[in-house]
Design a protein around this ligand. Sequence first.
Ligand code: CA
Ligand code: CA
Length: 154
Amino acid sequence: MVVKDKQDITASGQNKIATQRVLLKCRTGCDIHEQITRAQICHDLGAQLVIIETGVEDVFLQTTIQHLHAHDDPQKVGYWTSANDLEVEGRWVWDYPSDNVVLYTDWHMGEPNNNWYNTSRSEDCVVMWDHNHYGYQWNDQPCDNLEFYICKRG
Ligand SMILES: [Ca+2]
Ligand SMILES: [Ca+2]
């Protein structure tokens, strides 16, 4: 299933999204340095793990993801951004390490909550997701959760 997802997203993402200077990347494996790994893969593509600075960018990405996943279970689709509070809990920045503070936000109601189902796992990375019909608003999740991610060029 993951391989199929990877092929579908790589093909459709690069074909449909490249003109918008955004690449939608496949899922990756998980480890504690996953956020750094995602950023490095984007960098190797001449891009960066996405920074969202305006509502226009946010809506563009939400609309694009909705289009790409129109036939998928929305509860299983999430896309990592580069926003995180890995260094200081509650201090949201773009990239890691970084002093580029997150100014524009689109948190879903009740987020960020740094609470992964009442477990000890902290939530330090920001994902656009549609779980419970979030409409791809933002949520903090454990950084090593298995999700898609977005690389942005330009
Ligand atoms: Ca956190
Ligand atoms: Ca959360």
